[in-house]
Write a protein that binds this ligand. Structure first.
Ligand code: HEM
Length: 386
């Protein structure tokens, strides 16, 4: 969900960012990166402060440029307008609505796990982390699953562009963005002709405070969904299974007692924080824990750091599936808190349940080094043996 870059491309730091986060907090409430005029915030309370004051720390369109021609809805529109969109979207992603997807999701997961076991051992990312969430998501949004590879390539053109410089990234994002708009406009046109039982049709007929969404609104909602829905659960699954492959005792606990899985998911969301940083822009001169921040500064909000801040977490560097309370902010906080969190939790739980039932014991191949991507954490080379 953001284009924030960790300051170092070192593979060890990408795999284990927590020491870097600690360093960040030790430097002070804010760290200024002069070369790109960015302010980094890593303390838990400061991160929460930023996220709960959207009037001062805006997530408006200036904050992140990812090929869009208008603000992404609802992410790049601040309260009070933001509230109308969430009023419309929240019921579609409420726990009760999402629970209806469990049987269908479990059927898909069982089928793909059985295939992976029969074909395996191999790459968990390719066999399960990519196809499961993307199939579920494309089906509910209403885009053709058989065009998944094409859609994933478009999503990666924005989130993980094979470009070196900032200018190249922006150029590639703009070109890819046009293609995403075209795909979505085609889907919208088809629903105007004949509505279906999917989210795009829902958006076209829904009303916000008595007014229908325009085609542009629906396009701007779907553009964000396209990026958020096709990447985050994949990345989270990769991180969680990579951790469990390397921590056999904790994995055995889950195998022995699957009711621990939801707790393990929360703790791994805290520890791994798959979306480590998000971005805001200051609308006025302000301060963060007494440090002045001028209007118009880009603020990188390190939720991964907040999730391991020793000032609020007991034993933050221990991954503990039995934590009494776990108020992590891996799904963000404040008005823009993740809309898809219940769907993500459902998918993660069903995959971890079915996977551990089928393959209770697994590991990385000897000497295999996992390569974590920059920006959003993900591991494409998640090879497993069992
Ligand atoms: C484990 C998986 C996921 C993680 C870790 C995650 C994380 C986040 C975070 C950190 C934010 C806050 C962004 C900000 O404030 O700048 C966010 C917002 C959002 N997420 Fe997720 N997300 C996940 C899954 C999903 C899924 C599956 C969907 C779609 C169905 C989704 C849709 C959204 C939307 C629409 C927003 C913007 C909400 C708003 O602005 O009101 N997310 N997500």
């Amino acid at each position: 969900m953001s284009n924030f870059e960790l300051p170092t491309p070192d593979p060890e730091a990408l795999a284990h960012p927590q020491p870097l986060f600690k360093l960040l907090r030790e430097v002070g409430p804010i760290v200024e990166l002069e070369e790109n005029d960015m302010v980094i915030v890593g303390g838990h309370d400061d991160v929460r402060h930023v996220l709960s004051h959207p009037d001062v720390f805006s997530s408006g369109v200036e904050a992140v440029s990812i090929g869009q021609v208008r603000p992404l809805l609802p992410l790049q529109i601040d309260p009070p307008e933001h509230k109308s969109y969430r009023k419309l979207l929240d019921p579609l992603f409420a726990p009760r609505r999402v629970a209806l997807l469990e049987d269908q999701t479990r059927g898909l997961v069982r089928e793909l796990v059985a295939k992976f076991v029969a074909d395996g051992p191999g790459n968990f990312h390719d066999a399960l982390s990519v196809p499961i969430p993307t199939t579920v998501f494309l089906q509910i949004l209403g885009l053709p699953v058989e065009r998944r590879d094409e859609f994933l390539e478009l999503k990666d053109g924005i989130i993980r562009p094979p470009a070196q410089t900032r200018e190249e990234r922006v150029e590639m994002a703009n070109a890819t963005g046009q293609k995403i708009y075209a795909v979505l406009q085609e889907a919208i046109d088809e629903r105007h002709e004949a509505p279906r039982d999917d989210l795009i049709s829902n958006f076209l007929t829904a009303e916000v405070d008595g007014t229908r969404l325009t085609d542009e609104d629906v396009l701007d909602i779907c553009y964000l969904f396209f990026l958020a829905g096709l990447d985050t659960v994949t990345a989270s699954l990769d991180c969680m299974v990579a951790f469990l492959a390397q921590h056999p005792q904790q994995r055995e606990e889950l195998v022995a007692d699957p009711s621990l899985i939801p707790h393990a998911i929360e703790e791994l969301l805290r520890w791994e924080t798959p979306v480590p940083g998000i971005v805001r822009i200051t609308t006025q001169d302000t301060e963060i824990s007494g440090c002045p921040v001028a209007a118009g500064r880009t603020v990188a909000v390190m939720i991964g750091s907040a999730n391991t801040d020793e000032r609020v977490w007991d034993d933050p560097d221990t991954v503990d599936f039995h934590r009494e309370s776990n108020k992590h902010i891996a799904f963000g906080g404040g008005a823009h808190r993740c809309l898809g969190s219940h769907l993500a939790r459902l998918e993660l739980r069903v995959v971890l349940e079915e996977w551990h039932q089928a393959v209770p014991s697994y590991a990385l191949p000897d000497g295999h080094e996992l390569l974590y991507s920059r920006d959003l954490r993900s591991i494409e080379n998640l090879e497993l043996v069992w």
